[in-house]
Design a protein around this ligand. Structure first.
Ligand code: ADE
Length: 438
């Protein structure tokens, strides 16, 4: 009994989560196992140190990237369920991949048979192409980021969190991860700018090689020799692999990004297509709702290392006041949706989006004025229409990456069904996914 109480006292809590063992460790903090005490569901919590983020001046980038991650819903990509914050930490509550790292499996059991390896490769390519279609690149695909679930299916972690893989060097420049270069494309190692889609394809080629052979395509204890091997793309492919697998590896590990196999070529390749069942992304509804009291924060004792703490709920505006550097307000969902704010992702150019929004609004009989960076959209009472049909709203565009923007529409006042209809129209014309605002 006494021992039970002592054991209970030692268990750390974060709100409704009971925190367990460390699953992994990165540049910015640990990943811990967690269990929701109400439902028993398991999660992995990535803990980011705000001070470190601030000192590297990547707070805006982290905020944007977490926002992007929220948009990714694919069975082979680790889901971000919610984000909590305390004074000194950000807690990303992630889907838990019970099988751990794929490469630990290979280290334990050896290479996969070609058919089983191809199945994993198909899942990997499914996940990567889904994210690429949304304009999100991984940029740091490596063993720690390729996890497996209970059924042995691939789950990619850290998608879109490129700020976590970069660091500021002594020269003040941004550099990619200082870990092992075995998975990194030659053009990334050359540090002269690169295409995120093509460098991810290189890393997928390395992963395919390891899955089918059990060892690395490029390896050497001498770093200079290793770099040379990668730059030359000099890869020995075992004879026992089928011609289809050999061809795939060779074309993906082409050191010239211009001639390297592209995503559509991989997906239409005969070897890839064998027994291929594409995964169905889960985000049929691309609309995300903002809400204003998402953050849990421990105001008194951020006793992360000392024991349990129960975060107090505060709203996003309080958080802004308390934490000027890391305002993550408005990024997260809640059980009840906001009637006022509607958000959707778009892959239209951020510079063109305001004009497109204006045209659609005007075509639908609204008046549009531009003030600072916001569009004010109004329906004026003309005397003939029902005054209940009037509403006014604002629209704002945020650029997430070169290819992804977020459109945020906020209603000031007026008729909700008309507003929802208007938002659905905008999102259907400009959003990445067709949807109905309910
Ligand atoms: N290690 C790092 N992230 C993880 C996750 N989401 N699930 C299981 N182990 C992990």
């Amino acid at each position: 009994m006494v021992r039970d109480a002592a054991a209970c006292a030692r268990i750390k809590h974060l709100g409704k989560y009971e925190i367990g063992k460390t699953l992994g460790e990165g540049n910015f903090g640990k990943v811990k196992y967690a269990r929701n005490v109400n439902t028993g569901n398991e999660f992995a919590i990535k803990i980011l140190d705000k001070r470190r983020i601030r000192s590297l001046k990547i707070d805006d980038q982290i905020k944007r990237e977490i926002g992007t991650l929220k948009l990714l819903r694919h069975p082979n990509v680790i889901r971000l369920h919610e984000v909590l914050a305390s004074k000194s930490k950000i807690y990303m509550v992630l889907e838990y991949a019970m099988g751990g790292e794929l490469f630990d499996k290979i280290a334990l059991n050896g290479k996969f048979r070609e058919n089983d390896g191809r199945k994993l490769f198909q899942q990997l390519i499914d996940a990567i192409s889904y994210c690429h279609e949304k304009g999100v690149y991984h940029r740091d695909l490596k063993p720690e980021n390729v996890l497996v679930d209970m059924e042995g299916c691939i789950k990619i972690s850290d998608f879109g969190l490129s700020a976590l893989h970069q660091h500021i060097g002594n020269d003040g420049m941004l550099h990619t991860t200082c870990g092992s270069p075995n998975y990194v494309a030659p053009e990334v190692l050359k540090n002269r700018g690169y295409d995120g889609a093509l460098s991810d394809i290189w890393s997928c080629g390395v992963i395919l090689y390891v899955v089918l052979t059990g060892y690395l395509p490029f390896d050497d204890r001498n770093l200079a020799v290793l770099y040379q091997k990668i730059f030359n793309g000099n890869v020995q492919i075992p004879k026992r692999l089928s011609p289809g697998a050999k061809n795939m590896i060779k074309k993906m590990l082409d050191p010239d990004p211009n001639t390297r196999m592209k995503m559509d070529e991989i997906k239409s390749d005969d070897w890839f297509q064998q027994d291929y069942i594409p995964a169905i992304p889960e985000d049929e509804n691309g609309i995300h709702y903002y809400h204003d009291d998402t953050f849990s924060i421990d105001e008194q004792n951020d006793s992360d290392s000392k024991g349990s703490f129960m975060p107090n709920k505060i709203n996003a505006f309080q958080l802004i006041g308390m934490s000027s550097c890391l305002d993550l307000s408005g990024l997260f969902e809640k059980d009840h949706v906001s009637e006022r704010k509607v958000v959707f992702a778009s892959n239209h150019c951020s510079k063109e989006l305001p004009e497109r929004i204006k045209c659609i609004s005007v075509d639908n009989g609204f008046e549009v004025t531009k003030r600072n960076k916001k569009l004010k959209i109004m329906q004026r009472y003309t005397g003939s229409s029902n005054p209940c049909g009037l509403f006014s709203a604002s629209a704002e565009v945020f650029e997430i990456s070169q290819f992804v923007s977020v459109v945020e529409i906020s209603k000031f006042h007026g008729d909700s069904p008309l507003y929802r209809e208007f938002c659905t129209k905008l999102s259907n014309e400009l959003g990445m996914l067709k949807s109905t605002v309910t």
